[in-house]
Design a protein around this ligand. Structure first.
Ligand code: SAH
Length: 472
């Protein structure tokens, strides 16, 4: 993060603007809107400045800039058309540790003005840290178009109720839950329809209602890693949760989308590495939910495919804790799609089997004969540690040594790697390329088409880039 986004309270605070031409005019307008007490130093003034002076909104000093002008200001903006003057404004302010912006000269700025979307009191600021102002502006236009105009009135209505709600509902978490209910209620629709009186009545009514104190568990599949593969529902619940209990499979970009102030609890789950025992995770979910929290149990892929999701839900039942299950794209589907492997194909495979490479605790082996049938695709989860055994068992059960195989590491993620070969090379592919978890093994005739159908990665990168630029 190159800049810290903050919203500064400038009402009645002294701000110095150096320059009074057209560029300065824009900045002055923004600063006055924020209520700043504006002093302008310049050798000539555009008409608007004179008007502002007459209305008592700005003090004008007709003078060349000198360092003393800086004193006593909380913020300085250099907006003359003379680079040398701008430079000396920057140096004078910077030497006094006063934040300064030099218009269109990013290196000489200790703060920058973002592009803003104003639905006061809702404000959205966008910055590209000076790298791509046009992109930032276009993003702003997009957001302007999708953000409804009623956001402002809605925030105003809610703002007027804050003190009342504070008095009535004690505790931060309970108040947050109340507001979540408000934003899910018809209050929003009434504001949208400009029926502010009705909206207010409904808000009052909600405040009188009993607030459920019981928690809830959302068992959410986050897919294989690409955040764009999240479902809308997953995203919504990730944003609503008080606590997010996650494991290592959930990718970093997905964790970035979790509600900022949610409590995050990692429960590990990495073969060989320290992780919280399943029973502890189960107990944790129960105790969090019983304490009234909305718990998002976030898992990689789909929670019901090698995700132990059912076990985590079962423990909630005796306590009567409500839950929801949100499916996610399982690794097999996600990785295969991003690797250009069609798991079934009329000419190559009429069936697909998902199996785990982890043996059962009692050591019972899977039915290798059934897994070795021709014209079917075998997808093996958690197969890295046992890859030699898997290769050998499939070969002994009669699967042809030349059947194509693929190993996909970090599927759907920016660092996805794919290695292909034949069944007799499976273990050596893993060893040679030092494949790391998470990785998926795909064995079957369909892998023969991989090279032809491959699209994600460099080739795709260019296309995706292209389509992204088209969209923005
Ligand atoms: N519930 C998950 C699977 C959990 S088991 C799902 O539905 O996808 C963990 C195994 O899933 C890993 O050992 C690996 O085999 C596979 N896996 C999960 N995400 C993966 C990814 N992005 N790339 C490759 N394999 C992945």
């Amino acid at each position: 993060m190159q800049y810290l986004p903050i919203f500064a309270q400038l009402k009645n605070r002294p701000v110095l603007l150096v320059g009074a031409g057209h560029v300065a005019l824009r900045k002055a307008g923004t600063l006055l809107k924020a209520g700043a007490r504006l002093t302008v130093v310049a050798t000539y003034f555009a008409d608007e400045f004179i008007e502002w002076q007459q209305q008592g909104k700005a003090i004008l000093i007709e003078s060349r800039f000198s360092a003393e002008h800086i004193e006593g200001h909380v913020l300085v903006v250099a907006a003359t058309d003379d680079d040398a003057v701008n430079q000396s404004v920057f140096e004078a302010a910077d030497a006094r540790n006063i934040l300064v912006n030099t218009v269109d000269d990013q290196p000489n700025c200790s703060f920058i003005f973002p592009a803003i979307i104003d639905r006061s009191p809702i404000l959205i600021a966008i910055s590209s840290a000076g790298t791509a102002p046009v992109l930032a502006r276009r993003l702003r236009e997009k957001l302007e178009a999708i953000l409804p105009a009623h956001l402002g009135p809605l925030a105003q209505l809610v703002g007027a109720f804050r003190d009342k709600v504070k008095q009535k509902i004690s505790g931060f978490a309970a108040r947050r839950q109340f507001w979540e209910r408000v934003f899910d209620s018809s209050v929003v629709r009434e504001v949208q329809a400009n029926r502010l009186d009705l909206a207010q009545q409904q808000l009052e009514a909600l405040l009188e209602q009993e607030i459920p104190t019981q928690g809830e568990v959302y068992l959410v599949g986050s897919g294989p890693g690409d955040p764009e593969l999240l479902t809308l529902k997953a995203l919504q619940l990730m944003q609503q949760a008080d606590v997010v209990v996650y494991d290592y499979l959930v990718s970093e970009p997905i964790m970035q989308l979790v509600r900022r102030d949610a409590e995050l609890i990692c429960v590990g789950k990495k073969a060989g590495a320290h992780s919280v025992a399943q029973e502890e995770t189960n107990n944790l979910l129960v105790s969090l939910a019983l304490s009234g929290k909305k718990v998002c149990r976030l898992k990689g892929g789909d929670p019901f495919i090698f995700g132990r999701g059912a076990e985590e839900i079962e423990v909630l039942l005796p306590h009567g804790i409500p839950f929801q299950v949100v499916p996610g794209i399982t690794a097999a589907a996600g990785c295969a799609a991003y690797a250009g492997i069609a798991l079934t194909h009329r000419d190559y495979a009429q069936a697909v089997q998902f199996v785990t490479g982890h043996c059962r605790k009692d050591g019972v082996e899977p039915d290798w004969h059934s897994l070795s049938r021709p014209n079917q695709t075998l997808v093996i989860y958690m197969g890295l540690m046992k890859v030699e055994h898997i290769q050998q068992q499939l070969l002994s059960a009669g699967r042809a040594a030349t059947i194509p195989v693929a190993v996909i590491e970090n599927g759907t993620r920016a660092d996805q790697r794919i290695f292909t070969g034949q069944l007799h090379q499976l273990a050596s592919l893993v060893a040679e390329h030092q494949v790391q978890s998470p990785a998926l093994l795909i064995i079957g005739e369909v892998v023969a088409l991989q090279q032809k159908l491959d699209w994600f990665g460099d080739r795709a990168g260019q296309q995706a880039q292209q389509s992204l630029t088209n969209r923005i």
